[in-house]
Design a protein around this ligand. Structure first.
Ligand code: AMP
Length: 307
């Protein structure tokens, strides 16, 4: 039985960064998420693709115990996203969004996935996210991501989703947009009044800020010298985060903090190459080695004069 279920997009992305350009590479919120989460737990994916999609290109995920039976092939073209980044790699500029098969998608969760303990509502139409929540039986944690496209186009539906999730994992700009607060802690608290017990703000190269009822937690981004393509870093973060939670079977604050570290480690690999390539080729030994270097960056002796 799968522990972690994700519903989102499987896409063809065209991306320009200051370091290169690619067209129609594998991407999408659910795919980046699964690529990352599958290092830690059994994942089930629910998504739709068009007849133009080459399913054999994602078969490698089956070797990592991913259940792909929830990916439906519909008449029409696969969802496509085109974006670019300037030297500020924290800011993606959407050039084109072609919804294609997503427009008529009704995510039906396969029977064997309805009992998943952990549910990630990856970036997709909030109306579809609501339809998914209604089908999953009694998940321990439902975590939500979204983006400006949906905040702008489906705000009302999005608010209804927020009321029903345990945690939100979103970009800092989107947190500001939803909460209408510039200050992230204040914005997170405002969102928590709607229902979630924890808000995790992704801040690109500045790391992650978590706000819960009792605590605020900060995690830096791993200090890389070469960042190539930030697309998918957010979903890869969420994959490491939720994969770790599902693996531990626990959502205590301490485990959530460790999961944030794991998510940040995974995201640091994702940006080293275009699309899903780096995480596809990643090994567990590489994750272990980077964990050691990451810890080292955060260690310091006690300042005795302040103790
Ligand atoms: P991120 O992790 O935030 O960089 O997400 C990148 C992925 O989001 C890309 O692979 C896109 O295919 C996907 N994406 C872009 N726009 C949307 C959208 N409006 N809805 C769902 N997924 C999207």
């Amino acid at each position: 039985m799968i522990k972690l279920l994700v519903v989102g997009t499987v896409a063809y992305d065209s991306i320009q960064t200051p370091f290169g350009k690619v067209e129609n590479v594998l991407g999408g919120s659910a795919l980046h998420f699964t690529n990352s989460a599958s290092f830690f737990t059994d994942v089930g994916v629910v998504a739709t693709v068009g007849r133009d999609f080459d399913l054999s290109a994602i078969n490698f995920l089956k070797d990592r115990h991913v259940n792909l039976s929830g990916i439906k092939i519909d008449d029409g073209k696969t969802f496509r996203w085109e974006g670019k980044y300037g030297y500020d790699l924290n800011q993606a500029i959407t050039l084109k969004t072609e919804l294609n098969v997503i427009e008529s998608f009704k995510p039906n969760i396969p029977e064997e996935m309805k009992k998943a303990n952990y549910l990630f509502l990856a970036n997709i139409d909030p109306a579809l996210q609501l339809h998914v929540i209604d089908q999953v039986e009694s998940p321990e944690a439902v975590v939500l991501d979204t983006m400006n496209f949906w905040i702008g186009n489906k705000f009302h539906e999005l608010m209804k989703v927020i009321e029903r999730v345990h945690m939100l994992v979103i970009n800092e700009a989107e947190l500001r947009e939803i909460s209408k607060e510039y200050n992230l802690v204040r914005g997170a608290r405002k969102i928590m009044e709607l229902g979630p017990s924890c808000v995790i703000a992704k801040r690109g190269e500045y790391g992650v800020l978590m706000v819960s009822k009792d605590e605020v937690f900060l995690c830096p981004a791993f200090p890389l010298e070469d960042v190539f393509d930030p697309t998918g870093a957010g979903d890869t973060f969420a994959g490491g985060f939720m994969g770790y939670l599902a693996n531990m079977g626990d959502t205590s604050l301490e485990t959530v903090k460790q999961a944030i570290i794991m998510g940040s480690l995974m995201a640091s690999f994702s940006v080293e190459d275009f699309g899903i390539n780096r995480i596809k080729a990643l090994t567990y030994d590489e994750i272990k080695a980077r964990y050691k270097s990451f810890r080292k960056c955060m260690e310091f002796g006690d300042i005795t004069t302040l103790a």
